[in-house]
Design a protein around this ligand. Structure first.
Ligand code: ARG
Ligand code: ZN
Length: 875
């Protein structure tokens, strides 16, 4: 059934304290929960209704006395006391749970023999009956006992207050978390884990113990995560004035995890791929992800934990804001322009696609059936863009003032998006009503720009039109507030002063579009300037301009905004690619573009540019971006051919310059994961791959040499990818070598599965099918499933979308097999169907048939059923 935002009611009962007493056992873990309830003064008296999920109730006491069976109703999914006392009371609930049978990885489960929990969003109810909603905040004390051999390490939220030995080889630990929190932030861990320890002195001079727990033998792979944690703690003090608030901060890395990581108070639980790294096993991208995810989870301590969400409709309140914060952190740690370009690339490749299809939803949804399906790129990444627009509209000082007010006003509360945005309204005196449309209207606004220069009058008119496309349940839209950072660039490459003819002032270069159509007229513009608009991607929109390719080439060479330099080249390439897709479908040869080649060649010869920037600029728009731009009647093969032709052309035309770069850009000394060295490796490896794409046989020799000689995973993996794609038998040899070199290392073997799943060749599906039978493949490990099945369905555009529909059939079969085990992961992978309606007729019919087969495939989980139903819903 559907949960709606408009139906929100405050809880009838509040919980003041939770005392948990958990006796760990592989299949029969006993949970005793003592809950102190009090009526919520803000709501009418009501029965006590507690959430459960698959629970078995062993005993129940109210105020110390067993509750007669006639006075309550218990089912696996609910516990009701129709007539609870009038005032405060305690409830003692004993439940029995089986962690080993928990393959959903929600609640209490085991990952390689370690007991761990995942409670967001609704996992706590799989441990005990509880009002499992974020606006019920309580103080938790957790006692865990376990066999000392099996689980010498026992952890929970907060501070350790007691521990000791028990009979029969068992022992216990008691943890107390003084900060009231919602149940989704509860965590506990028990296992035989190694630990790396460090410490951090906060800005007020308190010493905090930092611990990272990992499997024995993995301690030497924690250094980068620990360093990232300390840098995150310092950054949050400096950038937001936020200090850590407990004596200890712990991270536990587990190998079976549905998502990236979880910000449980004082005890973050991580997918180990976002903790473990060494030069030999992790790529530069892995290091960057670790830094970002460690920061993200740490930042949640204030944006998520100290101030949490009133209900799950407000999920973006913590996620969008925390992603914005982690993006800012990475920008400060690395290159801001390079970070922005990669973030926008990801936004377009995932969020824009989601926003243009059947799974589109507002940043704050109004209804859901399964909340786990709303941990989406729209909530996270578009949510972060909305916060970034607040920052752009207000400027850094006012933004900080609004954040300070938010922390001061709502600390300890479960807040709403309105309350957050109201803080910025209060520090500026502005009205927020129109801005709130960013939270309520789904769909990517399209802004169309036309320009007119009147040399005689010295004016330049910039006419803007906005439209937001219809999305599910939202056929018509109102105009949004769109902040467009803009420059007018004179012939000498410098920005002209922006003087509005109507006397309006342009602050920090931000033009704000409020209307459906508006014209900004600038004066004092004697020579025709070139327009640079939506600099830094100041608004998450689709932009259509009347700039010529010559204007774009000028921007690529001269814009002071690096994002728009990159964007200009992407736009030129996109125009060419779209034209060539049409030609290929009409049986004609793709055209080449000399001006684009000249512009790209200029990049390679410009020593002032960061290598990481050049690397990004050399990569043409992705297959998904091209498809989105075309919009309908998509033929993925034609897109692939057009893109391959462009890569080949870059490889051959710029071959000499690329090989010079390849030889020049070696990174001296041993491997370090810093952004500068990573940028050199990135450009060198892009150069290698483009040379190979251009058919240069020596590139294969170089790649084979690089594969063998590499002292780090970035170079080894890049060489392997080039060989696997272009190297024929060399590729086979390297893949076999890679497997035997890293056989015991699950995170590296995931890369081996992914690479093979993403090769755009006709035999890939057969190979993927065969790999599901490989000894190292398991449906029980989400990382492995995503590495093989996820990579094939989400990243291998031509082979997933095979014209014969076999890719769809494979995914349908696989999802039906996975769903009973792990619905969350199955539902996530089903989103690979989100663009099915845009395909050409033949594929569209086959994708639809596969979706219907899933729908009728039996008793689906709520997670998978929800995605499939929304994907199939008529538009
Ligand atoms: N709050 C976590 C994060 O953003 C994500 C956990 C979501 N888990 C889930 N099963 N829906 O870091
Ligand atoms: Zn988060």
């Amino acid at each position: 059934h559907t949960i709606r935002l408009k139906d929100y009611l405050p809880p009838a009962w509040l919980v003041e304290t939770v005392h948990l007493d958990v006796s760990l056992h592989p299949s029969e873990t006993r949970v005793r929960a003592k809950l102190a309830f009090k009526p919520n003064p803000e709501s009418a008296s009501a029965p006590l209704v507690l959430d459960g999920d698959g629970l078995s109730l062993m005993s129940l006491k109210l105020d110390g006395a067993p509750l007669p069976a006639a006075n309550f109703v218990a089912s696996p999914n609910q516990l009701t006391i129709p007539q609870p006392p009038n005032g405060p009371f305690t409830l003692e609930i004993e439940t029995l749970v089986d962690p080993s049978a928990n393959t959903q990885l929600s609640g209490l489960y085991r990952s390689s023999d370690t007991y761990c929990t995942q409670c967001e969003a609704e996992g706590f109810r799989r441990i005990t009956y509880f009002p499992d909603r974020p606006d019920v905040m309580a103080v938790y004390t957790t006692r865990i006992e376990a066999d000392r051999q099996e689980a010498p390490v026992l952890l929970a939220n907060g501070n350790l207050v007691d521990s000791g030995a028990l009979d029969n080889g068992r022992h216990y630990a008691v943890w107390h978390d003084p900060h009231p929190k919602p149940s989704y932030l509860f965590a506990m861990v028990g296992g035989d884990l190694a630990c790396v320890e460090d410490s951090f002195r906060t800005m007020s001079g308190r010493d905090v113990t930092l611990r990272i727990y990992v499997e024995h033998g993995k301690q030497d792979r924690c250094a980068y995560a620990m360093d990232s944690l300390k840098r995150s703690m310092r950054w949050d003090e400096e950038a937001f004035g936020r200090e850590y608030d407990l004596d200890i901060f712990m991270i536990v890395a587990v190998s079976d995890f549905n998502m990236g990581a979880m910000e449980n108070k004082g005890l973050n639980v991580f997918n180990d791929k976002y903790v473990l790294a060494s030069a030999e096993t992790a790529t530069d991208a892995d290091f960057a992800h670790i830094e970002a995810v460690i920061a993200h989870e740490y930042f949640h301590n204030w944006t998520g934990n100290r101030i949490t969400c009133r209900d799950w409709f407000q999920l973006c309140l913590k996620e969008g804001l925390t992603v914005f914060r982690d993006h800012e952190f990475s920008s400060d740690m690395r290159s801001r322009p390079v970070k922005r370009i990669s973030d926008v690339r990801n936004l377009r490749a995932a969020q824009f696609i989601e926003d243009s299809g059947p799974l589109a939803h507002p940043v704050r949804p109004e209804a859901y059936k399964e909340i786990n399906n709303f941990y989406t790129t729209t909530i996270y990444e578009k949510g972060a863009e909305v916060v970034r627009m607040v920052h752009t509209l207000l400027g850094p000082e006012k933004f900080r003032a609004g954040m300070d007010l938010y922390f001061q006003r709502h600390d300890g509360e479960a807040a709403t998006v309105e309350q957050f945005i109201q803080c910025f309204a209060d520090v500026t005196g502005r009205d927020i009503a129109q801005f709130m449309l960013w939270y309520s209207q789904a769909g990517t606004p399209r802004v169309t720009v036309s320009t007119h220069h009147d040399a005689a009058a010295g004016t330049y008119a910039l006419s803007l039109k906005q439209a937001v496309p219809p999305t599910p349940n939202q056929p018509t839209k109102s105009p949004m507030v769109i902040p467009l950072v803009t420059g007018l660039i004179g012939p000498d490459g410098r920005d002209l002063p922006l003087v509005l003819a109507d006397g309006g002032v342009v602050r920090r270069g931000v033009l704000v579009l409020h209307e459906a159509e508006w014209t900004f007229t600038f004066t004092g513009i004697t020579e025709r300037p070139v327009l640079s608009i939506n600099r830094g991607f100041s608004a998450p929109i689709e932009l259509v301009t009347d700039l010529s390719n010559d204007d774009l080439a000028f921007l690529a060479a001269h814009d002071s905004d690096p994002f728009n330099r990159w964007q200009a080249l992407q736009t030129i390439s996109m125009r060419l690619l779209i034209e060539n897709v049409a030609s290929i479908r009409a049986g004609k040869a793709p055209r080449s573009d000399d001006k684009l080649m000249v512009a790209l060649a200029a990049l390679l010869e410009n020593p002032a540019l960061e290598p990481a920037f050049v690397a990004l600029a050399l990569v043409p728009p992705g297959e998904g971006d091209i498809a989105r731009e075309i919009g309908s009647d998509i033929d993925p093969d034609a897109i692939f051919q057009a893109r391959t032709a462009l890569r080949r052309e870059i490889g051959t035309r710029l071959g000499a310059a690329l090989s010079t770069l390849y030889e020049r850009l070696t990174v001296p000394g041993g491997y370090t994961p810093d952004a500068t060295s990573a940028g050199r490796r990135a450009l060198r490896n892009v150069a290698l791959d483009l040379m190979a794409a251009g058919g240069d046989a020596s590139a294969i020799t170089w790649a084979a040499r690089q594969y063998d000689a590499a002292d780090n995973m970035t170079d080894r993996m890049a060489a392997l990818a080039t060989l696997a794609l272009h190297g024929g038998p060399e590729g086979e040899r390297a893949l076999a070598d890679f497997y035997s070199r890293f056989e015991g290392d699950a995170l590296v073997i995931d890369k081996w599965f992914s690479l093979q799943a993403t090769i755009p060749q006709a035999d890939t599906l057969d190979k993927v099918r065969a790999l599901t039978k490989h000894a190292a493949f398991s449906f029980g490990n989400p990382n492995r499933v995503r590495a093989l099945i996820g990579a094939f369905a989400m990243s291998n555009v031509t082979q997933f979308n095979r014209a014969d529909g076999a890719g769809y059939d494979f995914l349908a079969e696989t999802l039906l097999a996975l769903d009973p085990k792990n619905p969350q992961v199955a539902a996530r992978m089903a989103t690979a169907f989100r663009t099915w309606r845009t395909l050409e007729e033949g594929r569209r019919g086959k994708a639809e048939a596969a979706l219907k087969r899933i729908k009728e495939g039996g008793e689906l989980s709520r997670d998978l059923a929800d995605i499939v139903e929304r994907a199939l819903a008529p538009v």
